[in-house]
Design a protein around this ligand. Sequence first.
Ligand code: HEC
Ligand code: HEC
Length: 239
Amino acid sequence: MRAICLMIVALLGACQGTITARERGHDLMTDVEASNGRANVFECADCHQVAPDWETDRIFPGYSLVDSAYRESFWGGYERTLLDAMGFCRLVFMRGTPFDENDEDARAILEYLLSLSETDPAPALPLTVTLNIDADRIPRGDPTEGGALYDRACKHCHGVPGGHTPDRFRGDAVDMPGDEAGWAKLYDDPDFAGIPYGLIVIEKVRHGRFFGISGIMPLFSTEALSDEELGAILAYLEI
Ligand code: HEC
Ligand code: HEC
């Protein structure tokens, strides 16, 4: 009898010590360890809403991962499966390799995302990427509105303009200039000679690291941030 009791106690102990795959997936949403890239600075939660009860008014470059699992395609149709969609993020933003379906972390994240998803099938979401950057198409808006939008869309990674970069992104995200002199200093570089600074910023926001620009910044589609909203942010940044 005593032996059986001890066995039960040992089993209970083991259960308390382990977490389910779903819980592990949940934890990985806010953990740089979700990438196998050692130089990774990002969490999934830096770019996506990752829980239904997460109260935030941030503007994310990526779509919400709530109810995402059964979408008919991902990344504007470019990726066919959830595994490939999140693997692409790990490759391009998180300095890692795409997820393998046998990878335990990948399974945990899939399990977690499935637990957040009811709509099956769910429609694919649009992703409109501005290919040709044309500064004239983005009239500068209201700087006060722009300040509020900057706080929601950019501050998380770039900090306060003219201030300091948040610790986690030091060395990666640049200190954002907040006036003309700051921009002139940042782009005092032969590579940028003759290019209006505003155009460089628009291009970075619209293309992120893609289209030969490099880096790890995500792009903002026009669904994530409209041209009007971007125009207001530019006015706030005095560019
Ligand atoms: C640096 C920002 C960034 C990080 C970090 C990031 N993503 Fe993304 N992700 C994006 C952007 C931008 C898109 C393209 C817009 C979209 O389709 O949501 C995207 C697309 C996706 C999509 C497709 C959504 C859809 O319906 O089109 C999934 C799923 C996804 N990411 C999962 C993840 C997971 C899981 C992680 C963490 C392992 C992660 N992402 C990390 C920015 C990021
Ligand atoms: C998820 C984090 C993230 C968000 C959100 C983000 N950025 Fe960035 N951004 C970065 C990182 C990291 C870099 C530096 C690496 C690179 O160039 O990709 C960068 C670089 C830049 C640069 C280039 C600076 C240079 O060295 O030339 C500009 C301009 C910029 N971001 C503007 C913005 C604006 C405006 C917003 C809001 C609309 C924004 N970013 C939102 C992460 C982010």
